[in-house]
Design a binder for this molecule. Sequence first.
Ligand SMILES: [Fe+2]
Ligand SMILES: [Fe+2]
Length: 176
Amino acid sequence: MRRGAGNPRLGRVSEHDFLSANAALAATEVLDVAAMQLLFKVECSGEDFYSELADRVGNDEAAVLLRRNGREEVGHARRIQRAIGIKLGRPFEPTGELLERFDIPLPATVGPDLFPIIIEAEVQGDAGYQRWADAEPDPEVARLLRLNGREETIHADRAREALALLQAGQPSDQPS
Ligand SMILES: [Fe+2]
Ligand SMILES: [Fe+2]
């Protein structure tokens, strides 16, 4: 298929930003090749999201956990790249706008408030992957989708751990 060609409900890759792409994918029931291409870009951008988050939390231990999530998002993109190749019947090499990452809209500092949203997004990320896998006729593609999904739940767990570290390190009322 032509790169950038759209799935009418999903829109073109070029029409999206990080948040709209995540929202469009969350509403996608069947993961076709166009949706997989957008997902590839979202997963790559997930590394930037976690890395920028890690830079802003002001806690080294939490940052290590967040960067680990980020590295695995790139692994998810690689699995999606393989899945696209299986669907197309030939190796798929992303080019152009698929390799460009989305800008990540984060404030200069990030406190604990954002974490429940991230944790929920990761939990929903797993559920979405399992739904796509259920609807996927190719067993190898389904397997790759389920592997990604399981790791999104691990990401939710790490984000919970990071949140606990931030809360433990927050200035408190205790006398110094
Ligand atoms: Fe992911
Ligand atoms: Fe994740």
